[in-house]
Design a protein around this ligand. Structure first.
Ligand code: GLA
Length: 688
């Protein structure tokens, strides 16, 4: 097992940046803070292999033995995100090339092209050497492959690999030409050799080419991960393997698809907002990570069932359900400063604990940090650490010690996270809405996901992120936030949910295009017109700062539509302006279910009220209906027991009705718990 009973606590540990005399102090401080897992060696390639094929493992031997002696487990990294200088000198052709044709040079990290054979071979060699030496080391709990896969390249190796990938995906050129609509602007390809990566070009690039390039990189990086994983697994099948996800719309990785290839979904999270926005982002990322883990569990279950494999619980005589609470792990977060535009914002006292527990509440099996000790030099010398520049006699380290103790008090927590709403997320829709040539530069699937999630979070509903095709049993409401690319299979998935009595709320542009980013004709929202009972004839993107008014007092931004009813009823209409009196939000009874359509992006308050109304109509209830405003409630359920996490995001004391044993203080709560500003409580609500 990669984790003992305890929640994981620790972070990136870079002993190669320190003289050996510091290591013993590190282990002593880790023990004081109750650190139980550290990620070692992430960027240590040049210290492990200072010259091709010459390995210097003695220092790592000592470090792992020391950690083991201190009872601290290790997630051992393969250092392949940072090739050493000798590699780049020997293989200049493996340095990455930008879309403008500029070759990047050594001097930072990630200076490789993952489609280049020389890089892949060197990466496998160092991973193999680590596996040979450490696969059975008693400290080893987990392999951490690479770091935050997310690079792209436009070199000749990449172009060749891209063509091979395209041939595999499309089969023949006629199919590719059709998918990419190459009849437009004379782009018809008559030979595979004519196709290049989407390099910088004169004017707008082809959307199909751009979209497939992202998909290609997701698959190429996944192959690079998988070959290391297979080698590590072969060395010791008992040790699970993962890689840490980096989030951001620049990342060419389909995290849901990758989730099926890792033994543990591992996510790094650094909020970019400093106010309540940081809490909203933390909640969203926790729900995303859990969603990816659940998606992978559902896929594994479906594959096993299709193959007729024996059920996981044979005594029950029926195939077991997919694991409803698969584990995931927050692998990196910042102990202190939030990096926001142009400056670092010092986290207020208590915020490290609050963010960590917000992730645990959403299913993370612990809280890990970047990094253990702040270095004196190097590019990230001012990044925060559990042991800051000031040393252990510091607020941050004292909070780190308190956090270690708090996490130990939560060891018993397991089980599902209560959620009655499903929110659909789709990597390809995110990529496609970043393309040039769209009606507005403000269209963004991930922003729409965040806006819908924020509205649900403020309204108090538990929310699971789902990927199109995932099982929807048990959800009262499915939300599609600008789910732009909808294949026929996804259309069927949505339709079936509504036909069977489910409730749906889709926002503008959902279903507007197919999986090749070609617009579906006949009016928006394309594939979903019939289920939603509407047809949008024209769109009206709004300027920055502009808004549309709604008849119910709400406001919308970014987008509006000339919408015709085709079976749906009006929930509210536009008020004033060009669209005065026309439908803005509609509701359609379809099959046994109900489908809402929202043709603009409601402002936060409007969205919260709207989603609250749709969720209530669907029969969903907030996690803690009696919680005062500004209190976040998350519930996890185990067998005969549940745990209620409460977070006070206001600047006042708040009294929250609750009953149970408060685990952080050990105090029994009979009626209500009073939370100070920024405070957290975790209650064991009942035992069975
Ligand atoms: C990422 C990386 C780390 C470090 C942090 C800084 O998550 O994995 O190596 O660069 O960002 O926030």
């Amino acid at each position: 097992m990669w984790s003992d009973a305890r929640l994981c606590y620790g972070g990136d540990y870079n002993p190669e940046q320190w003289p050996a005399r510091v290591w013993a102090e590190d282990v002593a401080l880790m023990r004081r803070a109750r650190v139980n897992l550290v990620t070692v060696g992430v960027f240590a390639w040049s210290r492990l292999e200072p010259a091709p094929g010459r390995y210097t493992f003695d220092w790592l031997d000592q470090v792992l033995d020391l950690l083991h002696g201190g009872g601290i487990r290790v997630a051992l990294a393969t250092p392949t995100a940072s090739p050493p200088p000798w590699f780049s000198l020997a293989h200049p052709g493996a340095l990455p090339v930008t879309a403008d044709g500029v070759r990047l040079h050594h001097g930072s990290r990630d200076t490789y092209c993952a489609a280049t054979p020389a890089y892949r071979e060197a990466a496998l060699r160092i991973a193999g050497a680590l596996a040979d030496r450490y696969a059975h080391h008693p400290a080893l709990a987990l392999w951490h492959v690479h770091n935050e896969y997310g690079t792209t390249c436009h070199c000749e190796h990449t172009a060749r690999a891209y063509r091979r990938w395209l041939a595999d995906r499309h089969g023949d050129l006629a199919t590719l030409n059709d998918a990419w609509t190459t009849s437009f602007w004379s782009q018809h390809y008559s030979d595979w050799a004519q196709i290049s990566t989407p390099r910088a070009t004169q004017y707008l690039a082809n959307p199909g080419q751009l979209l497939d390039f992202r998909r290609f990189w997701s698959d190429t990086l996944l192959a690079a991960y998988a070959e290391q994983r297979d080698l590590l697994r072969a060395a010791n099948p008992a040790i699970p393997v993962t890689t840490n996800y980096v989030l951001g719309d620049w990342v060419p990785v389909d995290h849901a698809r990758w989730a099926g290839e890792v033994d543990l979904v591992a996510v790094d999270h650094y909020p970019s907002a400093v106010d309540v926005g940081a809490e909203e982002q933390t909640a969203l990322v926790g729900d995303l990570a859990r969603g990816w883990a659940r998606h992978a569990a559902a896929r594994r279950h479906a594959t096993a069932t299709a193959a007729g494999d024996p059920p996981a619980a044979p005594d029950r005589g029926a195939p077991a359900r997919p694991d409803p609470a698969p584990t995931w792990l927050l692998t990196e977060s910042a102990p202190n400063q939030i990096h926001t535009t142009g400056r670092m914002h010092t986290k207020e006292p208590g915020r490290m604990l609050r963010h960590s527990l917000a992730h645990v509440a959403r299913g993370s099996h612990g809280a890990m940090f970047f990094q253990w000790r702040a270095p004196a030099g190097g590019a990230e010398r001012f990044h925060s650490a559990l042991v800051p520049h000031a040393g252990p006699d510091s607020r941050v380290f004292r909070e780190a010690v308190d956090l270690g103790a708090a996490l130990e008090r939560l060891t018993e927590i397991r089980g599902t996270v209560e959620a009655s709403v499903a929110l659909a997320v789709d990597a390809a829709s995110g990529w496609a809405l970043r393309h040039p040539g769209l009606p507005s530069t403000r269209l963004d699937h991930h922003d729409e996901v965040a806006a819908a999630h924020r509205a649900l979070w403020h309204a108090g509903y538990g929310c699971d992120v789902v990927v199109p095709g995932d099982p929807l049993d048990g959800y009262r409401l499915l939300v599609l936030p600008a789910l732009y690319l909808v294949s026929d299979a996804t259309t069927g998935w949505v339709r079936e949910h509504v036909q069977r009595g489910g409730h749906l709320l889709a926002t503008y542009l959902s279903g507007a295009a197919d999986e090749h980013a070609r617009v579906r004709l006949g009016g928006y929202p394309g594939a979903l017109r019939d289920v939603l009972g509407v047809r949008a004839e024209e769109f009206h993107p709004l300027a920055d700062g502009d808004h549309v008014r709604l008849a119910d007092g709400g406001t919308g931004r970014i987008w509006a539509e000339t919408l015709h009813l085709a079976g749906a009823d009006v929930v509210t209409s536009y008020a004033g302006g060009l669209l005065d009196g026309r439908p803005a939000v509609t509701r359609h009874r379809s099959g046994a279910g109900t489908a809402w359509y929202v043709s603009t992006r409601p402002d936060d308050d409007t969205y919260r009220r709207l989603l609250d109304r749709a969720a209530q109509a669907a029969g969903a209830t907030p996690v803690h209906p009696d919680a005062p405003a500004g209190i976040e409630a998350v519930r996890r359920r185990g067998d005969g027991v549940s745990w209620l996490f409460l977070f006070n995001h206001t600047d006042r004391d708040r009294r929250v009705p609750a009953r149970g044993a408060e685990l952080l203080t050990g105090v029994r709560i009979d009626e209500a718990v009073t939370l100070p500003p920024g405070g957290v409580a975790v209650l064991r609500e009942r035992t069975g």
